[in-house]
Structures are given as structure tokens and as C-alpha cells.
Design a protein around this ligand. Structure first.
Ligand code: PEP
Ligand code: MG
Length: 588
């Protein structure tokens, strides 16, 4: 069975499925196990059932004392179900015969019992379905651990199939074992997508209800380049897939040889940089020929922990990135983005619940209302600047006072370091991300306060179109080439040029051969993207001259005024294909 979704992170994978379900606030991983793990899983099951029984007994005691009555029949019934050898026996059988983990086995037992009870004519028994739901949830909760830390107990390389994954869930996955991601929801710019790209893990999002179509251990073929997965393929389909992967590998090797990233046919250049996360190997930055690190997403230091990383921990990470760019040729730098939490990047113990988190106290707003956090981060960044070229970038800027306030905090931090005699680069450039329409509209003013702009199209598109970047049901409105978005990008580029500051795009659209090339045509100096995406766009750029780019910039303007984003995209694609040939062969 083949299911089509969004081509979220390019690449191909084949392997067994690991199903990860989030049930309300409960994480339920389901996967297959090796025969030698059967005993261990049965012990986990027994321990969880014993703990669940203890919890229920305690609850019964509390209820008896509180109400003074023995109105605890429901829970006694749960205990009976638990003590009933059948429930345990059947679950154990799922583990030992079907070779699945304890969570999956509990699910299967409960599903079967639900279907038996549900069909009974006696309302008493039908009502037992609810007891089963409750009991199942209790056992799963104990199995998952109380602290809501995830048990991503992946023991063999697998394709992770999930409803959706938050950034903090994604960072807790054991990377060496993740072959690919396939999710019901999500979109090409959701943070799982970005992380998948940064880690060069292929992903397909927006698959609808893929979690209900697979069972743990099912074989899956995942094509992140075209956005499709095949479940339980036959031998012929597997062979065809392997052949496709082999061809694409050859193309990739060919695309990477002898080409300078971002070099145009006439010798001109679009600077190509890499987007990275702390903790992700930076080898790809060099391997794919990036000029430097155009976006260092510092918040990933926060995402898999409860507490703020210390200044020393931050310094360690930032200085290692600074040292790394010092080994690259030319004037390579690392652009460290200040803490960009909030929205869907929630940090346990730090993020507060907000009704509209994407419009809430996030990013630079959070930093300016938590100045100690900001000072510690800026100190760590400045100290790192003694080891390689560093730039500081503020995320989600929406008005000039934020830049003024940030400059004040940075001034304090500098004075502190000066007083302590700590070394740092006194000329560290400070820049603003342009991700909020207000910032783009006001770019001419903001440009007076910073040395560079970096346009974050992932957020700029979502805020301009009022379309959640992670919500597949509004993915059709997520249009980087919508005339409104293009106008804002143009305004930003023009404001940068007339104020003599540099401007780049570090949103995912920079990596799209049609859209990224269009930003270059509009005059953007730098395109920053996940390293594995560099060869494809470099391939396109290497076939164009600056004069071609000037011509390309005019394509949308040649369409009728009421052209849709889709029509603009089609016209851009047609122009590009006429110049560089078939784009499909270029997308690896
Ligand atoms: C963006 O919004 O385009 C961006 C690069 O930042 P992030 O994707 O991390 O929000
Ligand atoms: Mg952003």
C-alpha cells in the first residue's frame, strides 16, 4: 500500500516501523523486539501491572476514607481485571509470540477485549469497555514512566511513524536508530522537518492516518524526495525502490563533484551557508561546501532538558562552532541565533502555557522579559567570539524598541566582560531575523540598528498568510511565492541594500531550487539551508548567470496582477526548466 504525503526531508529509507503514539499527554511507543528481549519485556509488564494494582489499592483506600462509603466498585472491578490471569496471559502471549514490546502487547489485549465486550448485548458488559480504557491507560502510563520522559526504546534501526512529533520529542530519539520519519500531521517547515533535514534523515509528513495503517515491525519504504511511503511492499516493489535509491546516490555523487557551492555560470556567487543545531554533527557543512554557518539554532541546547544550560555549557557549544568555522576557508562565520523558544519549541520547566503560543512571549520577547537568561547567553556567545568569527542574531524581531533594548543588554554584557578582562571580538556583528510582517514593513528603520538581516521565511510565510507552519490542513496556504510574501521579501532586500547591510534567507525556502533561486534573483546575498540541500540548489545556480537571475526576478511581474501563488510557482518553474533543464533529476 502506498500513501502519499509531503516531501518533507529528501532522501530514502527502508526498514521496520516503530510506532510512536501520543495519547493525550501520554507517550506510547510500539515496536517489535528481538526474541532475546522477550523476558525483559515480560518483566516490565509484570512490574507495571503490579504497580498499577498498588496504585488502584491506594486509590480505593483513599476513596473509602474520604467518602466513608464503599463506593469503590469501579476500581475493585479494575483490580479484578488486573488480577484475572487471562489479561496477563494474553498480553504475555503477544510479547512472546508476536515479538512486540509491552506497550504494544497491552494495546492488543485491550483492543481484543474491547471488541469482545463491545459486541455483548448485556449493557453491564458493554460498560466494561470504559473500565478497560481506563485500566489500559493506567498501565501504559506506568510503562511510560511518571515523569513523562519518553521511552524511545529503539533497539534496531527503524522508521519512526507518529501522529506528530514535537521538537523536544524529536531530540530525544536515539539518532543512530532513526532511518526516517513518517507522520500523520506536520508540514515541511515544522520543526521535526527541520531537524530531519539537519540530521539528513528522510521524512514524509502529512500522511493523514498512517499510524492506523501500520503495525510495529511492518516493513516500510520511505521516499522523502517525492513524499510517499509504501507499507508492506512486495519483493518487486522493494527491488524497484532499491534501484531508485541507487540511481539517486549516483546523481548525488555527480552533483557534488567539482562544483563550488553557490557559484554562478559567469563566476558570480550567491553565498551558501548551512543551518545547524547544537548536537548535530557539523561535518556536512564542510562536506557540502557551505561558506559558513548561516543559522545556529541555539535553542536546541534547551530542548532536551528541564533547566537552562549553564553559561559554561553554552560557551562550550558556541566556541566549538566558532572553532569549527575558523577551519573553513575565507571569512566563514557562525551566526548564532539567540534563544528562539516558544511557539512549538516548548521547553519543559521554562515554557508557560499560552493560549496562542505562536503569538506569545517567545524568542526575543522571552529574552527581554528574562534578562538574566539573555545576559548569560550573550556572555557565552561573546566569549566564544574569541575563537572564530561569530555573529549574533535576534529571532522574531517585530519592532525597533526590541533592537534598542537588546543593544542595551548587550552593552551591559560587554562592560561586564571588559571589567573582568575577558577576551571577545569587539566587532561582533548583530543582526535581526525578519520573520514578522511588521519587521519587513518597517525594515528600512530596523536596518539602522543592525549589520545584517536574515529572512526567516518559515515564520514569515506563516505570519503573513496566517497559516500555521506545522498544520497540514492549511498547508495549501503556506505559499512562499504568494505575492504578499514576495512583497515583504522585496521590501526587506531593498531596505538592506539602501542601508548598506547584508541580507540573507535562512528559512527552508532558501533550499528550494525554484524559490531559493528566486530569492537570489531578488538580490539576497546569502542562502542558508540544511547542508544536504546544498548540492541541488548549487547545481541550479551553476547553470545561471547574474543576467539570467535578473530576468528570473521579472517572471512573477510578467503575470496578470491577480496571479495566484500556484501560477507564480508554475511560471517560475517553467522559466527555470527552460534555462537549466529537468528539475526532477536535480532533486536528490
Ligand atoms: C524561519 O522562521 O524561517 C527560521 C529560519 O527559523 P525557525 O525555522 O527556527 O523558526
Ligand atoms: Mg523562525
Amino acid at each position: 500500500m502506498t500513501v502519499v504525503g509531503l516531501a518533507t526531508a529528501r532522501g530514502f529509507a527502508s526498514g521496520p516501523v516503530f510506532v510512536y503514539r501520543r495519547d493525550g499527554d501520554l507517550s506510547v511507543p510500539e515496536y517489535s523486539i528481538a526474541p532475546e528481549r522477550v523476558d525483559g519485556e515480560i518483566r516490565r509488564l509484570d512490574a507495571a501491572m503490579a504497580e498499577t494494582a498498588r496504585d488502584i489499592r491506594e486509590l480505593i483506600d483513599v476513596l473509602r476514607n474520604r467518602t466513608g462509603r464503599a463506593d469503590v466498585r469501579v476500581f475493585e472491578c479494575h483490580l479484578m481485571l488486573l488480577d484475572d490471569g487471562m489479561l496477563r496471559g494474553e498480553t504475555e502471549r503477544h510479547i512472546s509470540e508476536e515479538l512486540v514490546n509491552a506497550e504494544a502487547a497491552v494495546r492488543r489485549t485491550a483492543d481484543r477485549a474491547r471488541s469482545v465486550f463491545g459486541k455483548m448485548s448485556d449493557p453491564y458488559f458493554r460498560e466494561r469497555v470504559r473500565d478497560l480504557d481506563d485500566l489500559e491507560r493506567r498501565i501504559l502510563k506506568v510503562l511510560a514512566g511518571h515523569d513523562r520522559h519518553l521511552s524511545f526504546d529503539l533497539k534496531e534501526p527503524s522508521i519512526v511513524v507518529a501522529d506528530d512529533l514535537t521538537p523536544s520529542e524529536t531530540v530525544q530519539l536515539p539518532r543512530d536508530y532513526v532511518l526516517g520519519f513518517a507522520t500523520n500531521g506536520g508540514s515541511n517547515t515544522s520543526h521535526v522537518a527541520l531537524l530531519a533535514r539537519a540530521l539528513a534523515i528522510p521524512a514524509v509528513c502529512g500522511l493523514g492516518d498512517i499510524t492506523s495503517k501500520v503495525s510495529p515491525g511492518d516493513m516500510m519504504l520511505l521516499d522523502g524526495t517525492n513524499g510517499a511511503v509504501t507499507i508492506r511492499p512486495d519483493a518487486k516493489t522493494r527491488r524497484q525502490f532499491e534501484e531508485l535509491v541507487r540511481r539517486k546516490r549516483e546523481q548525488a555523487a555527480e552533483a557534488a563533484t567539482g562544483r563550488v557551492a553557490g557559484r554562478l555560470r559567469d563566476g558570480g556567487e550567491v553565498v551558501i551557508c548551512a543551518n545547524v543545531h547544537p548536537g548535530v554533527p557539523v561535518a556536512g557543512v564542510k562536506e557540502y561546501g557551505a561558506h559558513g554557518i548561516g543559522l545556529y539554532r541555539s535553542e536546541y541546547l534547551w530542548l532536551d532538558r528541564d533547566l537552562e544550560p549553564t553559561e559554561e555549557e553554552q560557551f562550550e557549544a558556541y566556541s566549538s562552532a566558532a572553532r569549527f568555522v575558523a577551519t573553513l576557508p575565507g571569512d566563514a562565520s557562525v551566526t548564532i541565533r539567540a534563544l528562539d523558544i516558544g511557539g512549538d519549541k516548548l521547553v519543559r520547566g521554562i515554557s508557560r502555557r499560552e493560549d496562542n503560543p505562536f503569538l506569545g512571549n517567545r524568542s526575543i520577547r522571552y529574552l527581554l522579559t528574562h534578562r538574566d537568561v539573555m545576559r548569560r547567553q550573550l556572555r557565552a556567545i561573546l566569549r566564544a567570539s574569541a575563537f572564530g568569527r561569530v555573529r549574533i542574531m535576534y529571532p522574531m524581531v517585530s519592532c525597533v524598541e526590541e533592537l534598542r533594548d537588546a543593544a542595551e543588554v548587550l552593552g551591559e554584557v560587554r562592560r561586564g566582560l571588559d571589567a573582568e578582562g575577558v577576551a571577545y571580538d569587539r566587532d561582533v556583528p548583530v543582526g535581526a531575523m525578519i520573520e514578522v510582517p511588521a519587521a519587513a514593513l518597517n525594515a528600512a528603520t530596523l536596518a539602522k540598528y543592525v549589520r545584517f538581516f536574515s529572512i526567516g521565511t518559515n515564520d514569515l510565510v506563516q505570519y503573513t498568510m496566517a497559516a500555521d507552519r506545522g498544520n497540514e490542513s492549511v498547508a495549501h496556504l503556506y505559499q512562499p511565492l504568494n505575492p504578499a510574501v514576495v512583497k515583504l521579501v522585496r521590501m526587506t532586500v531593498d531596505a538592506a541594500k539602501s542601508n548598506g547591510i547584508s541580507v540573507g534567507v535562512c528559512g527552508e525556502s532558501a533550499a528550494d531550487p525554484i524559490v531559493g533561486t528566486y530569492w537570489a534573483a531578488l538580490g539576497v546575498d546569502t542562502l542558508s539551508m540544511s547542508p544536504t540541500y546544498i548540492p541541488a540548489i548549487s547545481n541550479v545556480l551553476s547553470r545561471l548567470t547574474r543576467a539570467d537571475l535578473d530576468e528570473y526576478a521579472k517572471v512573477p511581474g510578467s503575470l496578470p496582477g491577480d496571479a495566484t501563488a500556484g501560477e507564480v510557482l508554475d511560471a517560475c518553474r517553467a522559466w527555470l526548466v527552460s534555462k537549466v533543464g529537468d528539475l526532477d533529476g536535480i532533486l536528490i
